[in-house]
Design a protein around this ligand. Structure first.
Ligand code: ATP
Length: 594
């Protein structure tokens, strides 16, 4: 190892050390500078953030301030408007009060004048000579009496005119059409119902203007039809009772016993009052019986029929009854009974016989002896009739209901015949005991015995003569009274029916348009009448196109809501009146001779 230290080396070493130190110092300076720069940066960030927060705070404060100013402004405006309104109201009140005061003054003035007039009139009456007053009273009474007489004459004239018209209708073989406009009822008022051109949907637009005309106000609808007047044989208004309606139908029952077939058929839209008119209306309780005053044509007709029969000789007439329903274009026998004796609807067919009339084979007939029995049977089968609620009518009948009363009268008159036979037997007995006829009687008897057509003895002798024994017994005469409560036509959109009820509605509407087609064909005297297009028309063929006296009772709802359907029904009635068939003829002309 060398003994001396190389100074250069030491210097170099020191330089090296110093350089090293310097480098580390420089590095440290660099580090510190970086740190410093970072700190500057952070400082700048913090300053920026602080500045931003301050700005936001200032902004929010300014917004608040602006809002407060806005609220202040609007409150001020509202306040000033309120003040001006109050001023205006005060002015209005002052005006109204002024008008009121003026009006009161005017009234006072007028009442003063009236008092003066009354006073003058009283003075004038007092001044009037009492005999003049008497004369005037006599004149007034005479005028009233003559007015009453005129009214009575007018009424009689109308009745005579109607009778003449009915005879003419009969001679021409026309179908009679009566129309009944029902009252507006609670279900016509629909809360919040739409109005048409300002008129409420429950406003009355169909009105009976006299006893043979219906007026329809069509001006408020969008339809092109204008006001219309329809004429029928008889028109009933909402005020007409069940009794009044029946009074006009009653003569047909006399015709029935005179040997004519009769059919009374109620036609109209759903809810128009067909069942009410034909059967009657129950009270709220569905199990309760129909009150007498509310009974319809069927019970009243049965009553009248048995009353008329009771005036005939005992046992001369028998009445059989059948009830059918045409439901979904099928004929159901409602009097058919099951093994337990309960009535069940059994399907039947309608056929056309070789004579061209329609018939229902195997139909059940029940012998009835009084109107009570008729109604008992009807009430028992009415439960079988299809009903369902719709938006228009809560208890809508879904089928056509036909009651037929077949009256068999022993012709010419069973009792008279029997009595004559009995007399004849007694006479023969008497003659065989002691022959004390007068010579004229003997001559008459011998001439009668020689002539085949025996005639009654008109000899003026007072001794009993043997009556002739009738050689030919005439067959009994059958006449039919058909009472039909048709199902109502309906607009499906209004009744809101779906599913099975929709199918029922479509069947009802189709059968009613088939009925309309049949009447159209008859009115136009077409060679082919499409009776077979529907079971309803096939079943009623004899009544519609045959020799029966047919009365159609049109039922109409009065309100604007049902205007389209009402016009359709009235049009149907007008078309029916144009039908001219063969005049109805009696089943036995001998009845006429009686
Ligand atoms: N003239 C009238 N007076 C009082 N109420 C009536 C009159 N006509 C009908 N009504 C009432 O109006 C409602 C509907 O009548 P109804 O059942 O006879 O109608 P409808 O024509 O047979 O209907 P649908 O064809 O739907 O069976 C019933 O509550 C009935 O009592």
């Amino acid at each position: 190892m060398p003994l001396f230290i190389n100074r250069d080396q030491i210097f170099a070493h020191q330089v090296h050390l110093l350089e090293h130190k310097l480098r580390s110092k420089e590095e440290r300076i660099l580090e510190l500078e970086t740190e410093n720069a970072l700190l500057h940066l952070r400082l700048a960030e913090c300053l920026g953030k602080l500045r931003h927060e301050r700005k936001e705070e200032i902004y929010v404060q300014r917004q608040k301030h602006l809002q407060q100013r806005k609220v202040q402004k609007s409150t001020h405006a509202a306040l000033s408007k309120l003040l001006s309104d109050v001023q205006m109201l005060k002015q209005d009140l002052r005006d109204v009060f002024a008008i009121y005061v003026g009006f009161a003054k005017e009234l006072e003035e007028q009442s003063k004048q009236l008092f003066e007039c009354v006073g003058t009139a009283r003075n004038a009456v007092q001044d009037f000579q009492s005999d003049d007053l008497q004369k005037l009273r006599v004149q007034v009474t005479a005028l009233e009496r003559s007015l009453q007489e005129e009214k009575e004459r007018c009424r009689e004239e109308r009745v005579r005119r109607r009778l003449l018209h009915n005879t003419l209708v009969e001679l021409r073989g026309n179908i009679r059409v009566h129309c009944r406009v029902r009252p507006i009822l609670h279900f016509d008022h629909i809360p919040g119902s739409p109005t048409t051109n300002g008129s409420s949907s429950c406003e009355a637009v169909v009105q009976a203007i006299n006893d043979d005309s219906v007026f329809v106000n069509c001006t408020k609808t969008s339809s092109p039809v204008m006001n219309k007047i329809f004429e029928f044989e008889r028109v009933h208004g909402p005020e007409d009772s069940q009794e009044t309606v029946f009074e006009e139908v009653k003569p047909l029952l006399t015709s029935l016993l005179d040997g004519y077939n009769v059919c009374i058929m109620a036609y109209g839209q759903t809810g128009s009052g067909k069942t009410h008119t034909m059967i009657g209306s129950r009270s709220e309780d569905p199990t309760a019986a129909v009150q007498d005053s509310q009974q319809g044509i069927i019970p009243k007709a049965a009553n009248e029929l048995f009353k008329l029969i009771s005036e005939k000789p005992a046992d001369s007439h028998t009445v059989e009854m059948s009830v059918v329903e045409v439901y979904n274009n099928e004929v159901l026998d409602l009097l058919a009974r099951d093994e337990d004796g309960a009535t069940v609807g059994v399907k039947r067919e309608v056929i056309t016989t070789s004579t061209g009339t329609s018939e229902v084979p195997c139909l059940t007939y029940e012998l009835v002896r009084s109107s009570a029995e008729v109604m008992q049977l009807i009430n028992s089968v009415l439960k079988l009739r299809s009903h369902s609620p719709t938006l228009v009518h809560m208890d809508s009948s879904r089928s056509h209901f036909i009651v037929t009363l077949t009256v068999t009268s022993k012709s010419p008159d069973a009792l008279a015949l029997a009595r004559r036979l009995q007399n004849a037997r007694q006479d023969v007995q008497r003659v065989s005991q002691k022959e004390w006829w007068s010579p004229r009687c003997r001559r008459a008897a011998s001439s009668r015995s020689s002539s085949p057509a025996s005639s009654p003895c008109h000899s003026p002798c007072h001794s009993p003569c043997p009556s002739p024994r009738p050689s030919i017994t005439q067959p009994p005469i059958k006449t039919k009274l058909q009472l039909v409560d048709l199902a109502g036509s309906e607009c499906v959109g209004m009744s809101g029916v779906t599913g099975a009820a929709l199918w029922e509605s479509s069947c009802i509407n189709r059968s009613l348009s088939a009925l309309s087609d049949v009447l159209g064909a008859l009115a136009e005297r077409r060679p082919h009448v499409p009776y077979r297009n529907s079971k309803l028309t096939h079943l009623l063929q004899d009544a519609i196109g045959g020799d029966a006296k047919l009365l159609i009772m049109l039922c109409v709802s009065p309100t604007q809501r049902f205007l389209t359907e009402s016009l359709q029904s009235l049009g149907f009635g007008a078309r029916a009146r144009q039908v001219q068939r063969e005049p109805p003829h009696r089943k036995n002309t001998a009845l006429k001779m009686k």
